[in-house]
Design a protein around this ligand. Structure first.
Ligand SMILES: NC(=O)C1=CN([C@@H]2O[C@H](COP(=O)(O)OP(=O)(O)OC[C@H]3O[C@@H](n4cnc5c(N)ncnc54)[C@H](OP(=O)(O)O)[C@@H]3O)[C@@H](O)[C@H]2O)[C@@H](O)CC1
Ligand SMILES: Nc1ncnc2c1ncn2[C@@H]1O[C@H](COP(=O)(O)OP(=O)(O)O)[C@@H](O)[C@H]1O
Ligand SMILES: [K+]
Length: 520
């Protein structure tokens, strides 16, 4: 599990560790690690550090101190280093160290932005040491303009600890922020490096160990890895049969919306359900049978009758909602499904129904909801843009207010359950932003619920394999090991190998699931 923390948690751990070490030890470790990453990147681009132009953006706190000490190390290797002093104060020790090896600082008599514009334009490397975990709120001037100027840099941009302008605790970006190709982070991951919009600004995250490990508390956020997901996925044993592996019931589709049902059933079949029982009206049942003969189907004879799902056999978990419709008949089906005591996943139209009738959520079994920001907006009465800007806050709020497990979809998928670290998914690709992929996800999570996983594990495991399958489908990568580096790296959204990518359809994601599961 890759764990991440808020600024306050990191600061408390740093204080405890610092108390046991001579002054300056931690900053020394941080600067050495930062310089090593910068030197590696410069060597990769230019062949050597010697002669490169390095610009340090230096704020008034210790983040600037890290940049200055690292700059001194690069200057010692022959880089031409200039520090743009942007704060009301500067880390004196760091500045002295830089000057001692021939590094320069900007001329305080000339407007800082004038000098910075030219320097940033010419630099091989810009090091962002404006603010780190001490930042709060939107960047003030001149930091905000400096952060904006980094977008025009033709060289590399490396952020120190966290890109300035990104809230380290939440990933929120309120105004300008530095957009980095790489972020060198110290001691532990910060939440903001894993969660959008902040994660998008961080680029590839390089971790530098400064010895904080033993002092860290329980994490605030956790990102499962290949190993974690492989460990939690159910696998059949010698004595397994289809019932023991888990039967998932899917109540989805309507005469008007048929595709969602086919996709959800596909996700469940391909994710390894022991059996899928599909229940709906006649037309979706016909189409599901044609595409997935494995599914056992039931046509609901009387949706408004006493128990519309009476005819369906036993299931270990339900998926409710994709394409179900939102009328009286759909509401009756939802009420029947939600009155079962087994885990129920509620998605799509099911979410519209519970937004209208919260009473549906008062039930005995565990509930997992899988909204995108628009659906959560209706459930919480908060504008969609606000949810997208503050994903961590709202996924937690939904779990607390509704008393359910919440999987919030979108550019960063988060899973929240009260009193647990929020799980963040690091697989996936923006190519997933296409109609129907959410239905496939619902089917996968339903299969995992039926296989005995908790809502929390089923949701995070499903998001992981769904994202992995999408990446494989996008790259047409039959070997299944397309981009292990990019996959393991929370910020490595692209394909490090530069493999060509192509659009995918939702069914491609379902079809790539076996490959994704084999690759784990
Ligand atoms: N602690 C440790 O053991 C270790 C810490 N390490 C490093 O220290 C970093 C934390 O350093 P920190 O605490 O000095 O805070 P930091 O991030 O430099 O910024 C604080 C200053 O920024 C300013 N400022 C704030 N918000 C602003 C805004 N919106 N807009 C504009 N300005 C804003 C504000 O300045 P002021 O306005 O007061 O002049 C404030 O004083 C950490 O990220 C890591 O890099 C490593 O060396 C490893 C060991
Ligand atoms: N920009 C993005 N980057 C990564 N994944 C995304 C992005 N946008 C959407 N997704 C994923 O695509 C899927 C879309 O699901 P959903 O919004 O329910 O669509 P649909 O209802 O059409 O199936 C979710 O798994 C979501 O996390
Ligand atoms: K920074």
């Amino acid at each position: 599990m890759r764990t991440a923390y808020t600024s306050d948690q990191i600061r408390a751990a740093e204080l405890a560790l610092m108390a046991k070490l001579p002054e300056g030890t931690l900053m020394g470790r941080a600067a050495a690690g930062l310089a090593a990453v910068c030197a590696g990147l410069l060597t990769g681009v230019r062949g050597r550090v010697y002669g490169s132009h390095v610009v340090l953006l230096v704020g008034s706190g210790d983040n600037g101190g890290d940049a200055l000490y690292a700059g001194a190390r690069l200057a010692r290797r022959g880089a031409r280093v200039v520090a743009v002093l942007a704060g009301s104060r500067v880390h004196e020790g760091g500045l002295a160290a830089l000057r001692a090896v021939g590094g320069r600082a900007t001329d305080l008599r000339v407007p800082i932005l004038e000098q910075a514009r030219e320097l940033i334009g010419d630099a091989d490397l810009v090091v962002d040491g404006l603010v780190g975990i001490g930042g709060s709120g939107a960047l003030r001037e001149p930091y905000a303009t400096l952060a904006g100027l980094t977008a025009q840099a033709s060289g590399l941009v490396v952020a120190v600890d966290v890109p300035s302008g990104v809230d380290a605790s939440t990933g929120e970006v309120d105004g300008a922020a530095v957009r980095a190709q790489a972020t060198v982070t110290f001691g532990a991951y910060k939440n903001g490096l894993l969660i959008d919009p902040g994660a998008r600004f961080a680029g590839a995250v390089e971790f530098v160990d400064i010895g904080l490990g033993p002092y860290l508390p329980d994490p605030d956020v956790a990102a499962p890895t290949d190993e974690d997901v492989a460990d939690l996925l159910p696998r059949p044993g010698a004595e397994s049969d289809k019932y023991r592996r888990g039967v998932v019931g899917i109540a989805a589709g309507s005469d008007r919306y048929t595709g969602a049902a086919v996709l959800a059933v596909g996700g469940a079949v391909r994710a390894g359900a022991g059996m899928v029982r599909f229940v709906s009206s006649a037309e979706p049942v016909r189409l599901v049978r044609a595409r997935w003969p494995e599914a056992v189907t039931t046509i609901i004879a009387d949706p408004l009758g006493a128990d519309p799902i009476e005819e369906v056999g036993r299931v270990q978990a339900w998926v409710l909602g994709p394409g179900l419709g939102t009328g009286a008949e759909a509401h009756a089906v939802a009420r029947a499904v939600l009155s079962a005591q087994v885990p129920v996943l509620v998605d799509a139209d099911g979410l519209t129904l519970i937004a209208r009738d919260r009473g549906l959520l008062r039930r005995d079994g565990p509930t997992l909801i899988t909204p995108h920001a628009g659906e959560l907006s209706r459930l919480l009465g908060v504008p969609r843009e606000r949810i997208e800007a503050r994903r961590l806050e709202h996924v937690r709020r939904a779990a607390a207010e509704l008393g359910v497990t919440v999987l919030l979809k979108g550019s960063t998928t988060l899973v929240a359950e009260e009193d647990r670290p929020v799980r963040v998914n690091t697989t996936g690709t923006p190519w997933l932003a296409t109609g129907g992929t959410g239905d496939v996800l619902a089917g996968i999570a339903g299969a995992l619920l039926a296989g005995g996983l908790s809502c929390y594990d089923a949701a995070s495991g499903a998001a992981y394999v769904h994202g992995l399958a999408a990446r494989l489908a996008v790259r047409g990568d039959p070997a299944g090991r397309g981009d292990p580096a990019g996959r393991g790296d929370p910020a490595g959204r692209g394909d490090a190998a530069g493999r060509a990518e192509a659009p995918i359809a939702a069914l491609d994601v379902a079809q790539a699931l076996p490959e994704a599961l084999r690759a784990l």
